[in-house]
Design a protein around this ligand. Structure first.
Ligand SMILES: Cc1cc2nc3c(=O)[nH]c(=O)nc-3n(C[C@H](O)[C@H](O)[C@H](O)COP(=O)(O)OP(=O)(O)OC[C@H]3O[C@@H](n4cnc5c(N)ncnc54)[C@H](O)[C@@H]3O)c2cc1C
Length: 453
């Protein structure tokens, strides 16, 4: 056994992958603590029965599809899920605006929208490209808003990019940087002029972007991936909240001090503001102030079991317009037939909101409006089609890349590094990232820890 205990906080994919890779190396003393009753973090699923029906609905707490690019993760996920994985499902996603469904991405597929809108989008795009071609100096690095205008022009900005992004980030794109796109420029597909023109004149079926194909478990929803990691690790404590840490003594306390553990290294996937402001003792003011300035959005996720065999809107649909409360609606039965009892289907709805605590009354209003919106968009025929529902409030959903994010994050990470704390994952690392990145980061951290022992 190598000297020094590794404590891993959180059994989401990042924490699980860290433990999995430490376990694989052998002879390393580690423990994983998770506050929930089940592993998975954002990749959890709920299994909901419905009176009178055989079988249960599988509701992922948030729509989660595996867009794997790296050979290592493709191989690992296939080995973990074995025959319980459908691979290379071609994406079928749409946008609903101006009363019509058009193909994703909006910028390459305006065919079917009112002619005035198509004209504004295409002319705006051509003019933006012409301008950038004839502009002798490169425009300075600016806001996400500038980036949208420079890359897509005013029409696409007005009819999709601004309203959609404002909905999901809860702030105007002028208050965001392009930091989240730099991680993977393909997050926002960039068609060329020919593709934009063709996509305005005909129903272009070409695929764009980073997520053109995806993998998904056949049975049991996305939960089956964290479950498969769990089966390969040891020393996991569920239902145990990491509540305090004394970094001078290197002791972590759980459930208000009922359990304590000494550690050599701490790997935390706890959201950074909570780690700094609520868990670590005696944090310097400068670091606390930096944590107070980290911005994020929350999401209310609503899963509905539907009394109808089929729903006809592809895998998922984006909703840019303000009159629709949600930014995205998805159809799990299209990922796998096994997500719903026979003769039924299901829908998930994602609603972003500013991270103030919402009252039960406000949540009820959100849900009531979302259901009405589903009928208005023709997704539900009537609300009476709803058989069961499951709701989940995701306090930390999207990290906001505002102008202060990088500076504040650096102050915090520099401080944590000195104390042998690795704050990683989507919320520990305070970033926009995917399941694949969570798995890869877990591997990277495990290797780093072992090299430092
Ligand atoms: C709306 C939405 C949709 C997404 N869709 C996709 C998708 O389709 N494809 C994709 O690849 N990625 C998607 N992602 C991203 C993906 O969910 C994340 O990258 C990944 O799940 C992050 O894993 P994590 O372990 O870093 O964080 P988490 O999943 O948040 O795990 C952190 C864990 O720490 C635990 N924890 C927190 N505090 C404590 C504490 N004090 N004590 C003990 N335990 C604690 C939590 O309970 C949780 O289990 C999506 C994200 C969102 C928000």
């Amino acid at each position: 056994m190598m000297a020094g205990k590794m404590l891993i906080i959180g059994a989401g994919l990042t924490g699980l992958s860290t433990a999995f890779h430490l376990e694989k190396m052998g002879g390393i003393d580690y423990s994983v603590y998770e506050k929930e009753k089940r592993v998975g973090g954002l990749c959890r699923s709920e299994y909901k029965p419905c009176p009178g029906l055989k079988g249960k609905f599988t509701f992922d707490i948030l729509g989660h599809l595996l867009h794997l690019k790296e050979e290592y993760t493709i191989g690992l996920v296939r080995r973990l899920l074995k025959e319980n994985l459908t691979t290379d499902i071609p994406r079928d996603s749409w946008i609903y605006s101006k009363g019509v469904y058009t193909r994703y991405p909006f910028q390459a597929n305006t065919y079917g929208l009112p002619p005035k809108v198509v004209k504004e989008c295409v002319f705006g795009f051509i003019s933006a490209k012409y301008h950038s071609l004839h502009c002798k100096t490169r425009p300075p690095e600016g806001s996400f808003y500038n980036w949208i205008l420079q890359n897509f022009g005013e029409g696409i900005a007005k009819h999709f990019m601004i309203p959609y992004n404002q909905k999901i980030w809860t702030v105007h794109p002028r208050d965001l940087t392009c930091g989240w796109i730099k991680v993977n420029p393909k997050y926002v597909p960039s068609p060329n002029i020919q593709e934009v023109v063709i996509g305005a004149l005909e129903d272009q079926k070409k695929h764009f972007g980073y997520n053109v194909r995806f993998d998904y478990p056949r049975r049991g929803g996305i939960q089956k991936l964290p479950d498969a990691f769990e089966a390969k690790i040891k020393n996991l404590e569920l239902n145990t909240n990491f509540s305090r840490v004394n970094i001078r003594k290197k002791v972590a306390y759980f459930d208000g001090g009922k359990i304590e553990e000494k550690f050599r290294f701490l790997v935390s996937t706890v959201p950074l503001p909570e780690l700094i402001l609520e868990i670590i003792e005696d944090v310097p003011e400068k670091v606390k102030n930096a944590a107070l300035k980290l911005k994020y959005t929350s999401v209310l996720s609503l899963n509905l079991g539907i009394k109808r065999e089929e729903m006809d809107h592809g895998h998922w649909v984006y909703f840019p317009e303000k009159e629709y409360l949600f930014y995205r609606v998805g159809f799990p039965k299209k990922f796998s037939d096994e997500m719903c009892p026979p003769g039924t289907s299901s829908v998930y709805v994602e609603i972003a909101y500013k991270p103030e605590p919402i009252t039960q009354e406000k949540e009820e209003k959100f849900v009531a409006r979302a259901k009405k919106n589903l009928v208005k968009a023709g997704i539900l025929r009537t609300e009476r089609e709803i058989l069961v529902e499951h709701r989940e409030r995701i306090a930390y959903a999207y990290v906001i890349y505002d102008r202060n994010r990088d500076r504040n994050l650096k102050i915090i990470q520099d401080y944590l590094k000195e104390k042998d704390i690795y704050s990683v994952g989507r919320y520990g690392g305070w970033k926009y990232s995917t399941m694949e990145e969570a798995i890869l980061e877990g591997k990277e951290v495990a290797e780093k820890l072992v090299s430092e022992l």
